[in-house]
Structures are given as C-alpha cells and as structure tokens.
Design a protein around this ligand. Structure first.
Ligand code: KL2
Length: 418
C-alpha cells in the first residue's frame, strides 16, 4: 500500500513591509470569518489530466500501476480531493467534455458549485472550467477566450482561456467585484512565440473584464497551467509586467527543456497588428472606417480613438502589462532551496501551474516606481504547501493510488479588505 504525503497549510503573515513570513503549520488559522471589512475566499487551480490526453501520451505514465490510470478509478479520487479542500473557486484544466457533461459538472453542482466551461477549439475535446460556490459569489459575466485565429498563421493552436467577473456575496458589506481567469497555455516547449501571444490575449481580456468605470481594475486572480517554469522569460513577464525579448530564442521562452530546436529568434513584434492587441497587452481601439464618414459625422469619442491610432506605438521589443501580479507560491522550499513541483511524470517534475493575484499595496514594494495601473488588492492568507520531486517518487510519482492526476492541486486563501 502506497502512503499518502501530507501537504501542510502555510499561514502567511504579511502585515509588515519586509519579506513575507511563513507562520508555519501550527493550525493557527487567523479566524477567516467574513465581517464588514473582510471577505475571505479560497481558490484551487488543478489540472485534472484528461483521460484522452493520458491515453495519447501513455509513454509518460509507464511508471504507474495500470488500474490507477482508469478514469473510473481517478475521478472519485479527484472529486474526493475537491470536496475535502472545499475551495470557493475552482480553476480546472484538462476537463474533458464528455466527462464534464456526464460526471464532473453534475458532481460539482451537487457540492454547491456553479460551473462555467470553455472547450478547446479543434479536435482535442478538453477545456478549462471555473466553478464557484453559489453561497459565496454571484456571476456578473462569462468571457471565454479562444487563442486560435484562422486569419493569423502564428495562432494555429487550439488552447483557450476563461475569465469570469464575480460579485462577492456578503451580508455585511458591498465588496468590489473580483476577476477570476483560468487558462492552459500551449505545451510545445519550442513555441514560446505562440505561448507569449496566448498570454497577451488572456491579459487583454482580463484588462477589458476587470476594468472599472473610474479607470482602475478590480482585484484579479489568474490561475492555470502556463507550461512555463519559474524564472523563465514568460514567467518573469507575468511577475515583472515587462519583458524585453530582443534576441530571445522561441525555445527559451518557457524554460521547460533545453532544446536544440526552436532556436529561431522572436520576431519584433511577436504577433501581427491585425490581432488587435497592443504591446501593452490591451485591446486596441478598432480602426474607425475613414471612407464614407466626414469629420462632422464622427462623434467626439470616435475622433479621440482615431488620434490614438495616429500616435501608433513605436516598434520595440518591449512587452508590458498593467497589472502587478504576485505568485501564491515561491517555487523553492526556503530551508533547502529544493524546487517545488506541480507536475510529475516519467519525463519531468517541474512547476508549470500557478495562482497569480493582484496583491494589496504593501505586498508590491518589490516594484517601486513601476508603471502599474491602480489594481484592487488581495491579501494572501495561506497556501497549501507543494512537494518536491523526491517526495512524489516515494509514492511512485503521479498519478498514483491517492493522487489521480499528473499535477497537484494548488490552493490559496485570500482576503479582500474594504
Ligand atoms: O504539460 V501539460 O501535458 O500542462 O500537463 O499540457 C499538455 C501536456 C497537455 C495538453 O496539450 O497534454 C500534454 N509530450 C508530453 N506531453 C504532452 C505532449 C507531448 N508531446 N503533447 C501534449 N502533452
């Protein structure tokens, strides 16, 4: 009988401006009860390994005992895990459509979740789901994102994202809406050009969804399987809000593996103008048709939009985005420096899954002077610790008898403060 490995809750103390301190697993839950000033909620990000992909890539699971690979064995375990952690929001990846309709959605609904789903385009029938507790949130909007664009040769892959706007339900006070995004970026380690463009498209959608009337952004949580490792250019871009990609090889963007192929240098710009996304990762204002309309036919706002287009961005190798995003996990165990892993099978054991969030001001002292927009802040209260590769091989890697995906679930508790 294989053992289970205990994952501890790490409670985070961040009310000083120094480095975040971990209070450790003393079960000192700082009483996470909502009141008129606080709204607490938890988020899980989990790539549950679609059965079709498991079967298509069976060489990755040779280390597993056959029976643990059957969906009929895996699904009850995954559901048990979801039920046990009882997160208020679930961001799931590799959710296979047939299983979603017949088992996943009905089971999650009976646990009190409202479920939204975006299937990949093309032939692979899996996708991303965001599910949230009825008791905690009401749904404001659902915004699916397709990264496939028939008119743009670069964007010939079928990955997707999903962005929800949720209204916290609290009897005590009116809290601002929050934006929850989920994605599963392209796997191909050599195609960093596509991965970066997919990320830019997701960020543009988040900007548009999270944008508020006063010009600021509501709090943001961005989860997913980014198929990129910590410290890679794609990861750094998310965290720093900027990336100079001049001279960067497309195979080096995600840092998944040292490959001799995929060494073409990223072109400047990476994606063509007809994508309609600026180098700042926001949607560009659509060109106002110049024919047929005279100036007097244009409204004032249309004239302003035309001006924005005239002062077009200079071509440079700099990407930017407007959010200041922190990662829930720090990717290395502080005492040993050993890497955390979020996925483990016979070919690799690395971090590719993340929960990013817009941190409240005192957490963002690491970006002094950075040009970030006013973004609503969340406080990270706790996270469920990850494991090392060695930990996982003591239970025969993933999936195993108890952990039924080749990824671990990531879990964070946040506080929204008025
Ligand atoms: O790395 V993943 O697993 O986030 O866990 O994302 C992709 C890979 C997922 C969706 O495309 O399927 C897996 N070698 C290894 N894994 C692959 C491959 C491959 N050639 N193709 C797809 N996946």
């Amino acid at each position: 009988m294989e053992g289970t490995i205990k994952r501890n809750w790490e409670y985070i103390c961040n009310h000083n401006k120094e480095k975040t301190k971990i209070l450790g697993d003393k079960n000192v839950d700082p009483k996470c009860e909502d009141n008129e000033n606080n709204f607490d909620f938890s988020v899980m990000s989990y790539n549950i390994l679609s059965q079709d992909l498991l079967e298509d890539n069976s060489h990755l699971y040779k280390h597993c005992q056959r029976p643990v690979l059957h969906w009929s064995f895996r699904f009850p375990n995954i559901l048990k895990e979801i039920k046990h952690f009882d997160a208020d929001v679930l961001c799931l990846q590799e959710v296979q459509e047939d299983h979603y309709g017949t088992e996943i959605r009905p089971s999650l609904e009976s646990l009190g979740y409202h479920c939204e789903y975006k299937m990949r385009t093309g032939r692979k029938p899996d996708g991303c789901a965001i599910c949230f507790k009825h008791s905690k949130f009401s749904l404001i909007s659902v915004n699916p994102v397709e990264f496939y664009r028939p008119d743009i040769p670069l964007l010939d892959r079928d990955n997707v994202g999903l962005v929800l706007l949720l209204q916290p339900k609290s009897p005590c006070a009116a809290f601002p809406v929050i934006c929850i995004a989920n994605t599963h970026l392209l796997y191909n380690p050599r195609r960093g050009d596509i991965k970066l463009t997919q990320l830019a498209m997701l960020l543009a959608e988040i900007s548009s969804v999270a944008h508020q009337k006063d010009g600021s952004f509501c709090p943001i949580v961005m989860c997913g399987d980014f198929n990129s490792v910590p410290g890679s250019p794609l990861y750094s871009f998310i965290k720093e809000g900027k990336l100079n990609y001049k001279g960067l090889a497309i195979g080096k963007v995600s840092g998944q593996e040292q490959s001799s192929r995929g060494q073409r240098i990223l072109s400047i710009p990476i994606w063509p103008p007809n994508l309609g996304i600026s180098q700042n990762c926001v949607y560009e204002v659509q060109q106002v048709p110049k024919v047929e309309k005279t100036d007097s036919d244009l409204t004032q706002t249309e004239l302003e939009k035309t001006e924005v287009l005239v002062t077009a961005e200079k071509l440079s190798s700099n990407l930017q985005h407007h959010f200041s995003l922190s990662s829930v996990y720090s990717h290395y165990f502080p005492d040993t420096g050993i890497p955390e892993v979020t996925t483990c099978h016979s070919r690799s054991a690395i971090t590719v899954d993340y929960i990013f969030y817009s941190a409240e001001k005192e957490d963002v002292a690491e970006h002094p002077g950075a040009e970030v927009a006013l973004v609503g802040g969340l406080k990270l209260l706790a996270r469920l610790s990850l494991l090392t590769e060695q930990d996982l091989w003591t239970v025969n890697g993933l999936p195993n008898e108890n952990n039924s995906s080749d990824h671990l679930p990531l879990l964070a508790k946040f506080r929204l403060e008025l």
